[in-house]
Each structure stands twice: as C-alpha cells, then as structure tokens.
Design a protein around this ligand. Sequence first.
Ligand code: NAD
Length: 369
Amino acid sequence: MLDFHYEALPGRVVFGAGAARRELAAEVERLDAHRVLLVATETEEPLARELAAPLGERVVAVFTSVRPHVPLPVAEAARALALSVRADAVLSVGGGSTTGTAKAVALTTGLPILAVPTTYAGSEVTPVWGLTERSASGTSISTEDAHKTTGTDPVVLPRTVIYDAELTVSLPAELSAASGLNALAHCVEAFWAPRRNPISSLAAEDGIRALAAGLPAMHADPADLAAREQLLYGAYLAGSAFAVAGSGLHHKICHALGGAYDLPHAQTHAIVLPEVLAFNGPAAPDALARIARALDTGDPVAGLRALSHQLGIPRGLRELGMTEDQIDHAAALAAPAVPADNPRPADEAAIREIIHAAWAGAPLASASS
Ligand code: NAD
C-alpha cells in the first residue's frame, strides 16, 4: 500500500563541472540580486573572490570569519554586516560551515542564498539551520561546553545551488572520505527515518549508488574529476533525502556517541551504519534490497563494511578509543531519542547490542568480503 505525505522543497540546482565559473553571474542576475554579501572561510576566500569576480561591484561585502558549527557571535557579525551594507542576497562558497553561516543571515534577514558547496555536507539543499552558543562556564566553543541549537525554516533553504565538481578536487582525500561517508549515512538512514516516502527513497538509493562509486575512486585518485562528480551528485541526493526524511536510529546513536565521548564524526558513522542496517534490515526488507542493489552486492551489511575498510576506516569503536564500559551509558543516552516508528522496536537493550557490535568491530572475513 502506498500511503505517504511528501512536501517537495523548492530550489534551483545547476550541476556541472565548471558551472560556477560559467554560470554564477547569470544565476545572481536570475535572483535579481544587486548587493551581494559573499561568505567564505579565509581558506576559500581567494576561490570565492575569483568566482565572484564577474559580479564586479555587485559584491558589496565579504565575510570570512566563518567558524565550525556557526557560533552565535559569528552569526551576529555576519548579520550585522549584511544589514550595514544593505545586502539583498548572500552568496556562500564553501562547506557546511559556510552554508550554515549564510543560513544564519537568512534566518533573521530573509535574504535569499545562492550556495556554491565545496564539500559533500549537503546542507545547501536542506531548510535546517544550526547555531552554537557558549555555555555560561565555557570560555571557548568546544563540543563539551557548547550548546548547539538547530531548527527548520524554509527561509534558510538556498534558492539556487551551483554544484561544480571542479571546486571539490582540492578537498583533501581524508576530509572527502569523511564528508562522503556522512552523506552515505544520510542515504541509508533515509529508508527508515520518520518522514520517509517513496521520493526520498528514490533519492537515497541513487545517492548510495553514486557515493559508493565515487568514494573508492576518489580515494585511489583524489584528482579524478569523474569520481568527484559522482560524490557531489551523491551528496546532493543525500542532502535531499535527509531534508525530506529526517534522521533516525543511526543518527541518534551517533549523536549520543559523538556528544558523550567526542568520537570522530565520520568514522563513528562509518562503523555504526552497518550495525544499524544489520539490526533494522530484517524488518525493512525493501530497504535492504534497495541498499544491496545500490551497493551492487548480495550482502549490504558486508558491503558497507567493505567500503569503510577500503577507505581505511578502523573496524570498531574501540579502535577510536571508546571503552567497553562506556557502552551502557551510550545506549541509555541514545534510547530516548529513537523515533517510535523505527522498523523494529529499538529499546535500550537492543541499542546496547548495536553499539557493542560496533565497538567490537566486524571480523575481518566479513569486513573484506
Ligand atoms: P566545513 O564547512 O567546516 O569544512 C571543513 C574544512 O574543509 C574547512 O577547513 C574548509 O575550509 C575546508 N574546505 C572546504 N571546501 C574545501 C575545498 N574544496 N578544498 C579544500 N578545503 C576545503 O565542513 P563540512 O563537513 O562541509 O560541514 C560540516 C558542517 O555542516 C557541520 O557544522 C554540520 O553540522 C553542518 N551540516 C549542516 C547540515 C544542515 O542541513 N543544516 C547538513 C550537513 C552538515
């Protein structure tokens, strides 16, 4: 039986190698923007200025104080700059932190965003914003003393996204693998996340296919533009699937692990994902079959493990420094957040099993199959 709710998200996507250099000015014109605030990190500033050069005096200010997870003072400084120069659009060139800064500006000013992503974060196709506030005791923003607030507002969804794989070739292989694996987790999870529907599943399946092709090829040759194109396409689909379907069991477990033990984000995702699939798969046979098809394997759990192995990801959370006696606490943290409609009931005991499997790591035989 087909029975679903689906709210399609608006947004124009321009995809192609060289598209940013070729089409940026026309896309700004299309938005009828005449006073553009350019946002980029200090590292990407030269690239951003080069891309924006055809806009000439339409670029009225450049904001480069981008920081990870959009600290509130950074958001406030960017907003103040946008207002002081009377910007009528925000052009972001960079990864999720840069897009996030542009979103923070859009949230309070309503300005349209034109996003040119340079990583595989996928934020550019979601209406989700995030801001980090320092706790009263904190002297700096860190995972321990910072409090992240997230929300959803259609005003922060970029109006136009230009995907240009040429801009991602410079992203170091390790960061590319981390970013791509994160996107892969969004795709797999989209099959059972709370707002899943046939359209988000379509995006997710093809996203897995593109990412699973692009990741090993990029790992073998980071300058391989065809691999970069697959990764960027997969990132777009992953972001689209996540934007619509939301996050579920896998992300709740990873969030608990990351928050409590400061484990590295992408590696944690890569290690936990096959274990969540092993748990949910028997109760979600259609998802399992589609993930298998996308990975071109008869055993998608082993397929995910093999992909991580190929990218040099450690096999178990214990290799990341987590200790066995931390498993109970992590399970207790994750359990209350798990969506009620997960394909299988996932109580604290079940989550403990999943985390234990991820902690121990799969035996080498299945990791390399
Ligand atoms: P990032 O934007 O912090 O970038 C990571 C590093 O890569 C930075 O040092 C940056 O300067 C560098 N970099 C970016 N592009 C490069 C390139 N092409 N070449 C060389 N270096 C480059 O990291 P990210 O992984 O893109 O984004 C992570 C952030 O995005 C997190 O804060 C996450 O919460 C957020 N995010 C938000 C959403 C959403 O829907 N709101 C979705 C996904 C991620």
